[in-house]
Design a protein around this ligand. Structure first.
Ligand code: ADP
Length: 799
C-alpha cells in the first residue's frame, strides 16, 4: 500500500468526525480546542468552554490524577491512558478514558493535546460484573456453572462448603461426580431441557458429597448464553434441602401415622404398628409404653431395625423404663409419664451411660445397642399422659435435635388423640349396647307386665302424684260398669252414677275417701274392706282394697297403686255362717236352759237324800252345762256383734273396783292358779261395765287356760296419762309372732306342736277387740313362744 500524506484539511476532517472528544489545552490548562463530540458526550456547547479551565469539568476526586497527567505531558512525556469523570450539562458525571500527549508546535511544547472516549456504560457493566462475582463468591447458596455435557467451569465458596470439594479440585472435572449412581442420566436430562432455553427452578435432587454422603438439594438451573445468544453452559444454584426434606418427610410421616392411628380402634394394635413404622425412617429403635390403670407404664411394643436386638431393647427398657423409682432422673419413661414433658438426650455419651448405669452387664448391653441419641415424648390426650413414645438413634450422624423433638411431640399428640378416640368410641359402643339391652329387657318386661296386669282377676288402678287415675286394668273397668279401661280413663268417676260405695260400718264413701286416692293424699298404705251397691239393680258387692304409694328409685313419690280384690262370695259365705250360728245358738239355748233347770232340781233332790255320788255327777253335769252356756253365749254375742245388735250401756265406772270384783269371782271358780291383783289406780272410765267385765274375764280365763304348767296369773291397772292400761300377765305357752298377729281374728286358734287345740271357739279375743274399739280403746299382746303372754287392754280415762 502506498502511504498517503495527510494534509491539514484532512486532519481537520478526522478530528471533526472522531467519535471521542479531541481537545487541546494551553500550558496553564485553558481549553483551546474541542471537537463536536464534546457537545454530544457532555451536552455542553463548545463555544462556552473555549478559554475556560479544563479542571472545572473534572470530578473533584479525579483532579489530582488530571494534574499529574498535565505535568507529565508538559514535561514532554506521554502518560498511560487514564480515566477521569467529567461533569455533563445535566450535572451527572461520565467516565472518559483519556489518551494525551504534549502539543508541540515547531519543536516547542505549547500545551496538551488529547482524546477521550466515553466508557461510562462499559464501566458500569464492568462494575456490575464485579458485583456479581463478589456476590457469587460470598453467596450462601452453592453457585456453580458447567458446560453443556457437564464440565465444571465455576464453583463458589458455598459450593465448596456444601459439597466438600474445593474449586480447584473440581473445575475442569465433570459434574457427574456429584450425581448419585441411580440418577446417572440426570445431566443429559437437564441439558435437554436447558438447550430449549428452559430454566429449571425448584428442582429437587440429591447430590453426593466428597465424603460420599448424600445431601438433598433444591436447585435452580438456568442456561448461560454467549454474546450471540447461543446457549453454551448451565448455571446451577443449589440450596441444602435437608431441613425442608426432613419437614416434608415429617409431614408425610405424620399423615401416614395418622392413617395408621385411625385405622383401628384397637389401640394396642395401633400403637404396636406405630412403633414399627417409626423404624427405620425416624429411629433405629422405638418403643411405645402405655400407662396402666395403676398408673405405671407398661411396655406395649418395641421395634428395631435389627430384629435380633428387639429382645435386648425390651430387656433394657424393662429395667430402665419401668423403673418404679420415679425420682431417679435416669428413669426416662416414668419421668415423662409423671411430668407430661418430653425428654431429649441429644447425644448419649459413654460417660453418661457409665454414670447412669451401675451394673457392668447393663452398660455392656447399652453399648451393644449403640444408643446415640434419644427422644421420649408423652402420648398426650385431654385426660393426661396415656403413654410414652421413645425414639432411639444408634447412628452418630442422626442426633435428634429440637426439630425432631417437636415432630415426635406432634406424633405423641396424634397418637394420644387416636387412643382417646378409640377409648371414647369403645365406651360409646359399650354404652349403646348396654342401653339397647336395657331397652330390650324393659320392653320385654313391660310387655309381660302389661299382659299380666290386663289379665289378673284383681282390679288394678294406678294414680299419679295428683291422684289422677293413669291406669286401670280390665277387671277394674268392667267392675265399675265401663266397656273397657280406655273409657274408664276418659271419665274416671262416672261410676258414681251407678254405684254407691261404703265402708264396713255402712258409711258412704266419697271418691276422695277411696283407698287409692287416700294412699296418694296420706302417702301411706291403706287396707280397707268396702261395699258397693248398684243403685239400679240393688246388687251388693264387697271388695278388699289395698292401696300403696309408689316411690321411684330416686325416692320420689310418684303416686299410688291400688288393688281391688272382690270378696263378695266370701262375705256371702260369712253371712250365711253367721245366720246359721245365730239360729243354731238360739235353738241350742232353749234345750240347754231346760236341761239346766232339771239338773238343778235333781241336784236339790240328791242333796236332800245325801246321795253323794249322784250329787257329784250332777254337779259335774252342771259345770259342763255352765261351759256349754258360756259357749252358746259367745256365739250369740258374736252374731249380735256382727249384725250390730250388741247393746252397750255406757256409764262412768271406777275401773279398779270392777277389776277387783271380776278377779274375786274368777278366783272362787279357779283353784289351779293364784290370781294376783296389782291395783291402786283410782281413775274412772266411761264404759259398759258388762262388756268390760266380759273382756277381763276372757283375758283371765285365757291366761289360766293357756298356762297349764304354771300356777300364777297377774292382773293390774296402770295409769298411762289419759289412758288406763288393764294388763293380764301369764306364764304359759306364749305366742310367736305370726300367732300374735292373728289371735284377734275371728275363729283363730293356735295349735300346739301335736296339732291339738285347747277347747274354745276362737271368738273371745275377737269380741274383746270389738268391745275395746267401741270404747275407743285397744287390745294388744306382748308375748314369746313358751315364755308367757302379757295382754294389754287400754281404755281412755277421765281425768
Ligand atoms: P278361745 O276361746 O279359743 O280361747 P280366744 O279368742 O279367746 O279363743 O283366743 C284365741 C286364741 O288365742 C286361742 O285359741 C289361743 O290359741 C290364743 N290365746 C289366747 N290367749 C292366750 C294366752 N294367754 N296365752 C297363749 N295363747 C293365747
Amino acid at each position: 500500500m502506498k502511504s498517503q500524506s495527510v494534509n491539514g484539511e484532512r486532519y481537520k476532517s478526522i478530528v471533526q468526525l472522531a467519535p471521542g472528544i479531541v481537545y487541546t489545552l494551553s500550558k496553564d490548562g485553558a481549553i483551546t480546542f474541542l471537537n463536536p463530540s464534546f457537545e454530544r458526550i457532555t451536552g455542553w456547547k463548545v463555544k462556552d468552554w473555549i478559554g475556560k479551565n479544563f479542571a472545572t469539568l473534572i470530578h473533584p476526586d479525579d483532579l489530582e490524577l488530571a494534574a499529574q497527567t498535565v505535568k507529565q505531558t508538559l514535561k514532554g512525556e506521554r502518560p498511560e491512558t487514564f480515566e477521569l469523570r467529567i461533569k455533563t450539562k445535566k450535572g451527572t458525571y461520565k467516565t472518559l478514558e483519556f489518551s494525551s500527549g504534549p502539543d508541540i508546535i515547531n519543536g516547542e511544547i505549547v500545551g496538551k493535546i488529547g482524546v477521550a472516549r466515553d466508557i461510562t456504560e462499559f464501566k458500569s457493566e464492568r462494575n456490575t460484573n464485579l458485583h456479581y462475582a463478589n456476590l457469587i463468591k460470598s453467596a450462601d447458596s452453592a453457585i456453580m456453572s458447567r458446560s453443556l455435557g457437564g464440565t465444571i467451569t465455576s464453583w463458589n465458596k458455598a459450593a465448596e462448603e456444601l459439597f466438600g470439594y474445593s474449586a480447584k479440585e473440581v473445575i475442569g472435572k465433570n459434574f457427574k461426580l456429584l450425581i448419585p449412581v441411580e440418577n446417572s442420566g440426570e445431566i443429559e436430562k437437564i441439558d435437554k431441557f436447558i438447550r430449549r432455553g428452559r430454566p429449571l427452578s425448584d428442582y429437587e435432587t440429591v447430590r453426593v458429597k466428597k465424603d460420599g454422603t448424600r445431601i438433598p438439594v433444591l436447585a435452580k438451573i438456568s442456561p448461560i448464553y454467549d454474546e450471540e445468544g447461543k446457549i453454551v453452559g448451565v448455571s446451577l444454584f443449589d440450596r441444602d434441602n435437608t431441613v425442608m426434606k426432613k419437614e416434608e418427610m415429617a409431614d408425610k410421616f405424620l399423615t401416614r401415622a395418622t392413617k395408621v392411628l385411625s385405622s383401628s380402634l384397637d389401640y394396642s394394635y395401633t400403637l404396636r404398628r406405630l412403633a414399627t413404622i417409626l423404624v427405620p425412617k425416624l429411629a433405629d429403635w422405638s418403643s411405645v409404653h402405655i400407662v396402666s390403670d395403676e398408673g405405671t407404664p407398661v411396655q406395649l411394643a418395641v421395634a428395631h431395625t435389627d430384629p435380633k436386638k428387639v429382645e435386648w431393647a425390651k430387656k433394657l427398657q424393662k429395667k430402665y423404663g419401668e423403673h418404679r423409682n420415679i425420682d431417679d432422673p435416669n428413669n426416662g419413661v416414668t419421668r415423662v409419664v409423671r411430668t407430661g414433658k418430653s425428654v431429649l438426650y441429644r447425644e448419649v455419651t459413654d460417660e453418661m451411660i457409665n454414670q447412669a448405669v451401675q451394673k457392668k452387664e447393663d452398660r455392656e448391653l447399652i453399648k451393644k445397642l449403640k444408643l446415640r441419641s434419644v427422644v421420649m415424648v408423652p402420648l398426650l390426650s385431654r385426660a393426661g399422659v396415656l403413654g410414652v413414645i421413645t425414639l432411639v438413634s444408634t447412628d452418630p450422624a442422626r442426633l435428634y435435635d429440637e426439630r425432631d423433638l417437636k415432630f415426635a411431640e406432634e406424633l405423641g399428640r396424634l397418637a394420644g388423640q387416636a387412643i382417646e378416640n378409640a377409648r371414647l368410641y369403645l365406651e360409646a359402643q359399650n354404652e349403646i349396647k348396654k342401653r339397647a339391652k336395657i331397652q330390650e329387657e324393659l320392653s320385654d318386661s313391660r310387655e309381660r307386665l302389661s299382659v299380666i296386669l290386663a289379665n289378673v282377676a284383681d282390679g288394678i288402678s294406678v294414680y299419679d302424684e295428683h291422684a289422677n287415675v293413669v291406669f286401670v286394668n280390665h277387671a277394674v273397668a268392667t267392675a265399675s260398669a265401663y266397656k273397657d279401661p280406655g273409657s274408664m280413663l276418659k271419665r274416671p268417676v262416672k261410676w258414681q252414677e251407678t254405684f254407691e260405695v261404703m265402708d264396713e260400718s255402712g258409711k258412704t264413701l266419697s271418691v276422695k275417701d277411696l283407698p287409692g286416692r287416700r294412699a296418694v293424699f296420706e302417702r301411706r298404705e291403706i287396707d280397707e274392706t268396702v261395699k258397693s251397691i248398684n243403685k239400679k239393680t240393688g246388687e251388693e258387692k264387697w271388695a278388699n282394697i289395698k292401696a300403696r304409694p309408689i316411690i321411684d328409685a330416686e325416692g320420689n313419690f310418684r303416686g299410688a297403686v291400688s288393688i281391688t280384690h272382690d270378696i263378695t262370695e266370701i262375705k256371702e259365705l260369712e253371712r250365711k255362717k253367721d245366720d246359721f250360728m245365730s239360729v243354731a245358738s238360739h235353738e241350742l239355748k232353749t234345750p240347754v236352759t231346760s236341761i239346766k233347770g232339771y239338773v238343778h232340781l235333781l241336784k236339790m233332790y240328791h242333796e236332800k237324800y245325801e246321795n253323794n255320788s249322784s250329787y257329784n255327777f250332777l254337779s259335774k253335769i252342771d259345770h259342763q252345762l255352765n261351759k256349754l252356756t258360756e259357749l252358746i253365749e259367745d256365739l250369740l254375742n258374736l252374731s249380735r256383734s256382727k249384725s250390730g245388735k250388741l247393746d252397750y250401756n255406757m256409764s262412768e265406772i271406777e275401773i279398779s273396783k270392777l277389776v277387783k270384783e271380776v278377779v274375786d269371782d274368777m278366783q272362787v271358780v279357779n283353784s289351779t292358779h293364784k290370781i294376783k291383783l296389782i291395783n291402786g289406780v283410782k281413775k274412772k272410765v266411761v264404759a259398759d261395765p258388762e262388756r268390760i267385765s266380759q273382756v277381763i274375764i276372757n283375758l283371765l280365763s285365757n291366761a289360766i287356760k293357756y298356762s297349764p304348767n304354771s300356777n300364777k296369773v297377774v292382773v293390774g291397772i296402770k295409769d298411762a296419762g289419759n289412758k288406763l292400761d288393764i294388763f293380764v300377765r301369764d306364764y304359759g305357752i306364749g305366742l310367736d309372732r305370726e300367732e300374735r298377729d292373728k289371735i284377734f281374728d275371728r275363729f283363730y286358734r293356735v295349735k300346739d306342736q301335736t296339732g291339738r287345740t285347747y277347747p274354745g271357739l276362737g271368738i273371745g279375743l275377737y269380741l274383746s277387740a270389738q268391745i275395746a274399739a267401741r270404747h275407743n280403746g285397744k287390745i294388744w299382746v306382748e308375748s314369746k313362744k313358751g315364755r308367757g303372754s302379757l295382754f294389754h287392754f287400754e281404755l281412755p280415762a277421765i281425768n
